[in-house]
Write a protein that binds this ligand. Structure first.
Ligand code: FAD
Length: 382
């Protein structure tokens, strides 16, 4: 008989999907609740470093991702105006040999679809927006927007930057608007053939206060993608993104290198997203509730490690439950926090500063990390 506790994961984003898959694999009766009625393939890409690919190996989708993604040999940083190289960070074979897995770039929608497909589909519930939790008894009672209630022994808040679970633990507080936006566009590589320019597999174009990160999102290199960081003092749109335009992009990147101008010329549609952050939270868990990913450490995306941190969290959380025994869940949650807080906070800070790989540096502390193998630090007694 399975005497493992029942677990509810709130949110089937990248962190929630990873947590759900790893918990189900480890034999925890786990249900995943997602507010969206379904997922769409939004136009965006994502980097998956070797640190994430090691978790994907455990989930059982590493090979599929390797086949699906683009495998850049380098991360290049270049001066946005002159094109001069500021850093050449070896990835490709070097990453596989030195960090233990590949570094790939993929379409976010393809990744998400694949991750969600690894969940037990009978225990994945869409259109379920959590509105309240009552953690005062020996089960947590969750109430959803449709009026239904469900129970679980433990509840994981993987519900993103505006987490309802975080609000329950720490009270209402809007995330901080960083003062920067990100434009995102996918470009057909076919269009780029008209230019006598080199479109590199993974390159970040920098100037003082803004940048454009560019990479392929499919292994066949048919879809090229850019994501920017551009200062914009206020965000008053009240939505998670708005449409932008070629004209706006031309203005934002005036004077940039011809390669960047070509990307803007080839842009058919582009969206603009506010970049939100929080300062490190004083509380990651209480009683039967625990947070992971953007629910507890949202960050600017400038290290391409936000989802990576959510996925590493999921792996570490499951490891700690197994290590301590889930009946001692409060101890397991504290072990999890102890082993994630410093790393997630450091990644938040470097992402905020937007210095990652701008010049040559050793990225091993990020890429070589393996949440399943890293020696565990024990909590100091409270
Ligand atoms: P989310 O992905 O936000 O998922 C939360 C889920 O919870 C959503 O599906 C949501 O619908 C659901 N939800 C919310 N509230 C409720 C509720 N009340 N009830 C039920 N469900 C709920 N990261 C990288 O690692 N690499 C990159 O290259 C990268 N690029 C980025 C580019 C941009 C422009 C941005 C903005 C972010 C980028 N990130 C990147 C960061 C990454 O997107 C986030 O850190 C990551 O999505 C966090 O995952 P999560 O599962 O914690 O939260």
């Amino acid at each position: 008989m399975n005497n493992k506790p029942t677990i509810a994961v709130i949110g089937a984003g990248l962190g929630g999907a990873a947590a759900g898959a790893l918990l189900q694999q480890a034999g925890y009766p786990t249900k995943v609740y997602e507010q969206a009625p379904a997922f769409a393939r939004l136009g965006a890409g994502i980097h998956l470093g070797p640190n994430v690919m090691k978790v994907m190996r455990r989930i059982g989708i590493e090979e599929k991702l390797n086949a699906m993604g683009s495998h850049p040999d380098y991360w290049f940083s270049r001066n946005g105006m002159t094109g001069e190289y500021q850093s050449r960070i070896p990835l490709g074979e070097f990453a596989r040999e030195n960090y233990g897995a590949a570094y790939i770039t993929v379409h976010r929608g393809d990744l998400h679809e694949l991750m969600v497909s690894t969940l037990d589909q009978d225990n994945l519930f869409f259109d379920k927006r959590l509105v309240d939790v009552d953690d005062s008894g020996d089960k947590v009672v969750m109430t959803f927007a449709d009026g239904s209630t469900e129970e679980a022994d433990l509840v994981i808040g993987a519900d993103g930057v505006n987490s309802r679970l975080r609000e329950k633990l720490l009270g209402p507080e809007a995330p901080i608007y960083s003062g920067w936006v990100a434009h995102r566009a996918i470009i057909s590589a076919e269009k780029l053939k008209a230019y006598d320019l080199d479109f590199e597999a993974c390159v970040k174009w920098w100037s003082e206060d803004r940048h454009m990160m560019v990479y392929f999102v499919t292994g066949d290199e048919k879809e090229y993608y850019y994501v920017t960081g551009v200062p914009e003092p206020d965000w008053n749109h009240g939505t998670s993104f708005v449409d932008s335009s070629r004209e706006e992009m031309r203005k934002a990147f005036e004077g940039y290198h011809p390669t960047v101008q070509a990307l803007i010329d080839c842009t058919e549609s582009v969206t603009k997203w506010p970049l939100l952050e929080r300062n490190p939270l004083p509380l990651w868990h209480e009683n039967r509730l625990v947070l992971l990913g953007d629910a507890c450490h949202p960050m600017k995306p400038h290290m391409a490690q936000g989802a990576a941190m959510a996925i590493e969290d999921a792996a570490m959380l499951v490891r700690c439950l197994e290590e301590v025994g889930a009946e001692n869940y409060q101890q397991a949650f504290e072990l999890y926090r102890t082993n994630r807080f410093e790393r997630a906070s450091r990644v938040q800070q470097v992402s905020h500063d937007n210095t990652w790989l701008r010049e040559d540096e050793d990225p091993a502390w990020v890429f070589a990390y393996d949440p399943f193998e890293v020696p565990l630090k024990q909590p100091t007694s409270q």
